[in-house]
Design a protein around this ligand. Structure first.
Ligand SMILES: [Zn+2]
Ligand SMILES: [Zn+2]
Length: 431
């Protein structure tokens, strides 16, 4: 039987990823996120399918779950890897706190009783067969391979082709006739500098700021880059490459760090070994502290590097620190992750030097820097990965800004091997 795909969200945008693949009367929903921008936006879903697979714990892929599980769904099954199942609870709790929606008290119970943990490469039969494969984006993150006799379908979800401190790069070389590929950094100009160079720059930015008695503020998502950065800084401070200094972590970052360690069996072997073999566990760094005072004055006074949510500066503890630090030229605001258009983070990154926080105008005098330690593949990385897929005929490009999708399409069409489609939200296709 042939497959059908419906793009309910995240097709021509970054946010509210939600794709339904069906075969006859069977169907599988891949991700259901929300879009956090000026307004919150949801998938255009017509009805809730019985089988839902979540690729990773970011809000743009999973935050619609509490809307679905606000009531019991005894006939729905949720599939995800174990780290995703753990991390998602943290993310959703955080989302529910800041969301304007009212959710029932039993959301977590409703959700977790329907949740099935899936191992990488395990074939699941829910009427349709699929397997999950490491996507290299984050601990537990997965691509979904839908097995079909007429040709497999691969949904990459967010992917990274680089080895990070925590996870192995995306599993390449899978067999699929059709692929749905992300394009967050798919633009022609999205070529990330070699990781070594970027790390050197990161060290220089931090050392220069600390030397001038300044402080570094890093807005980060609760899960992903923050943990990566903590392990990096710990290693650099231990090795003398960065002046040892107190790192304060705030928001959900510390809880997520615990969950990372708890699920370290899903991390790179080197990292597992560093925990088993040495007596300095990078997850329990002596440089890392958490604020104890409610007003965070201890972190503001003593912290040299502060890593905190929210990642795009849309509220959260980062704003408290920003309010204190923005006015001093010796301080640095350091971006390490994607900034969506319309968010304060993106505006500052694009050069805005006056921002409104809680109704108050703040002048940004601190230095603004960005380093590319992204969990997404860049343009060459995406091309290389796509070309590794065996038997590939058609590529749908999603999860990207319009210009980036078009540029990736153009590059893919240059070798005339694939048909390339740029789907829009709400569009349906038959394979
Ligand atoms: Zn993600
Ligand atoms: Zn995403």
């Amino acid at each position: 039987m042939f497959l059908k795909i419906a793009f309910w969200g995240g097709a021509n945008e970054v946010g509210r990823s939600c794709i339904e693949v069906s075969e006859g009367r069977k169907s599988l929903l891949m991700d259901c996120g929300v879009k956090i921008g000026r307004e919150e936006e949801y998938p255009l879903l017509e009805k809730i399918p019985r089988n839902i697979v979540i690729t990773h714990s970011h809000l743009d892929h999973a935050a619609y779950l509490p809307h679905i599980f606000a009531k019991p769904r005894p006939h729905t099954t949720l599939y995800m890897t174990k780290p995703t199942r753990d991390l998602i609870q943290l993310m959703i709790a955080d989302y529910m706190r800041v969301s304007r929606n009212e959710f029932g008290p039993r959301v977590f119970n409703n959700m977790l009783t329907r949740c099935r943990a899936v191992e990488y490469r395990q074939v699941v039969d829910c009427g349709m067969k699929f397997s999950l494969h490491n996507s290299g984006h984050l601990l537990g993150s997965a691509s979904v391979l839908v097995h079909n006799p007429a040709g497999n379908l691969l949904y990459t979800s967010d992917l990274s082709t680089r080895t990070s401190r925590i996870v192995e790069p995306v599993e390449s070389g899978l067999s699929a006739k059709t692929a749905i590929v992300e394009s967050t950094y798919g633009g022609k100009g999205d070529v990330m500098p070699p990781i070594k160079e970027e790390m050197e720059r990161l060290r220089r930015i931090i050392n220069n700021t600390l030397k001038k008695d300044g402080k570094v503020l890093v807005p980060a998502f609760a899960v992903g880059r923050a943990q990566e950065l903590i392990l990096m800084l710990d290693a650099y401070m231990k090795g003398g490459l960065i002046e040892p200094a107190p790192i304060y972590i705030d928001g959900m970052i510390k809880k997520a760090l615990h969950l990372f360690r708890h699920n370290v069996i899903y991390a790179r072997q080197e990292l597992q070994r560093s925990i088993l073999m040495s007596d300095s566990d990078p997850f329990k760094s002596r440089y890392v502290f958490i604020p104890e005072r409610k007003d965070r004055s201890d972190a503001i006074e003593e912290g040299s590097i502060i890593i905190t949510t929210s990642g795009m500066m849309k509220g959260g503890p980062v704003m408290t620190y920003f309010n204190e630090m923005a006015g001093e030229r010796k301080n640095t605001l350091l971006f390490v992750g994607y900034q969506a258009p319309g968010t304060p983070g993106r505006m500052i990154l694009d050069g805005a030097r006056k921002v409104r926080v809680h109704g108050k105008e703040i002048e940004v005098k601190m230095k603004v820097e960005a380093v590319q330690i992204s969990g997404h593949a860049d343009h060459p990385g995406l091309l290389h990965y796509i070309n590794s897929i065996k038997g590939l005929e058609t590529v749908y490009i999603v999860h990207g800004e319009e210009r980036k999708r078009k540029e990736l399409k153009k590059s893919l069409e240059e070798n005339e091997r694939y048909e390339v489609i740029l789907p829009k939200n709400g569009e349906k296709f038959e394979l």
